[in-house]
Write a protein that binds this ligand. Structure first.
Ligand code: NIG
Ligand code: FE
Length: 421
């Protein structure tokens, strides 16, 4: 049995004696920590933790690695419950177009945006896509992420959507990160279907979903519910069928306007509704009695200069909130969860405790992983990171843009930085 003991930890963050599936409303202000702590890992699991004062020492030193974390803090790895990390090429040309005055919607209407990425993806081989996605996965792993959801949605045809999902399935086996896959065929309407939207929806439901179910290619199904993309009714239709094919619903909701995505998500029992820049009071009410996790994507709102999602208001209304990166080439070319937390603290007036809860246990919930990820609890997967010498967890969102992570442990193994850079 491989064992790791991390000792003299200045602050062990997000420890749970009685693990919870999510942290809700004002509870989000509470972040349980142990100062001057130890953490023991056996094989790929967390085996124990406590205060250094109460540590009784070790009798069996076989296969034991000891790490001294004096003046450093240890946190559970981030869970990034919303990304589009499999893509081809990049879109910095559109970035400049937006600097020069075009909007995200205008770029889409010219055939850019998601359709631009779809064109590039069509030409890429599975090997190309695996190689570039793996680089990004390694990048976010070193930035503290331990579990990630990845969507299709730049395929928009039977072949290309399945190609994306098969790439994600392959990534599950070659990356040490925990990965969940999402079918996002309803990301945009491809040009060939411009006048035949219902045929495209039929293609998603009748042609692609059965293959996904047969090959077990996706855990979730997502829809971009938005003007010029998919309506509330279409969202409900697609997600109701997805459930029949074994996929749990998610929704891209209220990003560019209030368009019914939250209500559609609650109606079909979505595990999360994501974006929420234009969420209404009625939507907030609907979420209150649901199992759906409201998820904000601060990087996308920042990159597209969108209005801020009212995270403070949602938490004060008693909702849980999760954070994810939305890592993608069009609206957020970064998967750095440390920076996402900084945005939440600086712009949305979330406290560091709320931001950390949102980026760990609540985002784990948004990908059905809170039983195994998202906190330091006995029996959970040993996905944790050790920082450089810092005063405490609040220093992470405070020092926006800095990389404060020194050591990453995934599945109970120390990641050798040189090998993954
Ligand atoms: O989450 N909103 C829709 N989809 C992505 C953006 C995709 C793209 O522009 O490539 C998002 O922001
Ligand atoms: Fe997205």
């Amino acid at each position: 049995m491989m064992k790791i003991l991390i000792k003299n930890i200045k602050q062990l963050v997000q420890v749970e004696e009685n693990p919870q599936l999510k942290i809700v409303g004002k509870e989000m202000k509470i972040l349980p920590c142990i100062n001057d702590a130890w953490l023991a890992i056996e094989d790929d699991k967390i085996a124990g933790f406590g205060k250094m004062d109460d540590w009784e020492g070790i009798t069996d030193w076989t296969n034991l690695t000891v790490i001294d974390a004096s003046d450093k803090i240890v946190m559970p790895s981030y869970c990034d419950s919303h990304t589009h990390i499999v893509y081809a090429g990049s879109r910095e040309g559109e970035f400049v177009d937006r600097i020069n005055g075009l909007t995200y919607e205008q770029i889409f209407e010219r055939g850019g945006g998601i359709l631009n990425s779809a064109k590039k993806l069509m030409e890429a081989t599975e090997e190309d896509l695996i190689e570039s996605a793996l680089k990004r996965l390694n990048e976010i792993m070193l930035q503290g992420t331990g579990a990630v959801e990845i969507k299709s949605g730049y395929g928009l045809s039977i072949e290309a959507e399945l190609k994306m999902l098969r790439v994600i399935k392959k990534l599950k086996t070659i990356s040490p990160l925990t990965i969940k896959a999402t079918f996002l065929g309803a990301h945009a309407l491809p040009n060939e279907y411009k006048t035949r939207k219902s045929d495209y929806i039929k293609l998603l439901i009748n042609e692609i979903m059965p293959v996904i179910a047969k090959e077990q290619l996706a855990d979730y199904c997502d829809v971009f519910c938005e003007q010029n993309y998919f309506t509330k009714e279409e969202t409900i239709e697609i997600l109701t069928n997805a459930k029949k094919h074994g996929m749990t619903p998610k929704v891209h909701a209220e990003q560019l306007s209030n368009f019914g995505g939250v209500l559609a998500g609650v109606e079909v029992g979505a595990i999360s509704v994501d974006h929420l820049e234009f969420i209404s009071d009625k939507d907030i009410e609907a979420l209150k009695n649901s199992k759906t996790m409201p998820t904000i994507l601060p990087g996308a709102a920042f990159f597209l200069n969108l209005p801020l999602p009212p995270a403070r208001k949602m938490i004060d209304a008693g909702l849980p909130v999760a954070i994810a990166s939305d890592y993608n080439p069009g609206s957020c070319p970064s998967g750095n969860m440390n920076f996402m937390m900084s945005i939440c603290c600086i712009q949305y007036k979330m406290t560091p405790e709320e931001a950390i809860n949102a980026a760990t246990i609540n985002s784990a919930y948004a990908m059905d992983l809170s039983k195994t990820h998202g906190s330091i609890a006995i029996g959970k997967l040993a996905n944790v990171f050790i920082t450089k010498e810092i005063p405490g967890y609040g220093f992470i969102p405070y020092s926006f843009g800095s990389n404060l992570i020194e050591t990453v442990i995934i599945n109970g193994e120390v990641i050798e930085t040189k090998k993954v850079k």
